[in-house]
Design a protein around this ligand. Structure first.
Ligand code: APR
Length: 179
């Protein structure tokens, strides 16, 4: 399993799954959420409204993830995950780790081979990007260790985990965490 950190825009990633840094309402927002909804088109909001009407009437809980098609995005799927909000006192690294792990699990469920993550919680939700990078790299390494690069030993089928960072500072943080 190849793990990389790149500078770029999550909406432009040609991977099977892109991860959205959503909020519990699943009804859009700014940052990554706004960019993904703009690029995916209005059908994404319709799909999120359907998730709210069926599986998550009270909203998607912090630390959890839900999957929809990617519609107009290059990516076939979007996994929406709700990161912990530092400003709201949500400061559990295990909750943030669950965002990354549950996103990977949903990607495996749909047979994805590649997934791109933004720095979940490192924007409006106020987490320090070095801590986000540390948590994210830990989850990715744990998943990679299960495969030791051997395709036969890679039950997950995930071949590429790409962290897509919106600034050089964030990318440097992830490069350090992945070193
Ligand atoms: N591509 C990649 N990364 C991006 C992009 C983009 N197009 N836009 C922003 N980012 C970066 C930010 O710079 C930050 O490092 O993604 C990281 C996460 O920032 P946010 O999108 O603000 O996400 P988060 O901190 O998890 O806050 C989520 O903000 O947009 C609302 O609806 C969202 O309420 C939710 C909250």
């Amino acid at each position: 399993m190849h793990i990389e950190a790149v500078r770029g825009d999550i909406t432009e990633q040609d991977v099977d799954v892109v991860v959205n840094a959503a909020n519990s309402t699943l009804l859009g927002g700014g940052g990554v959420d706004g960019a993904i909804h703009r690029a995916a088109g209005p059908r994404l909001l319709e799909a999120c409204r359907e998730l709210r009407a069926t599986r998550f009437p009270d909203g998607l809980p912090t630390g959890y993830s839900a999957i929809t098609p990617g519609f107009d995005l290059p990516a076939r799927w979007v996994v929406h995950t709700v990161g912990p909000n530092w400003h709201a006192g949500e400061r559990s690294s295990s909750l943030l780790a669950h965002c990354f792990g549950s996103s990977l699990e949903l990607a495996v469920d749909v047979g994805a081979h590649s997934i791109a993550f933004p720095a979940v919680s490192a924007g409006a939700y106020g987490w320090d990007v070095d801590e986000v990078a540390r948590v994210a790299a830990g989850i990715a390494a744990a998943w990679a260790n299960g495969t030791d690069g051997d395709a036969d030993a890679n039950p997950s089928g995930i071949e590429l985990v790409r962290f897509v960072l919106f600034s050089d500072e964030a990318r440097a943080a992830f490069e350090r965490a992945l070193a």
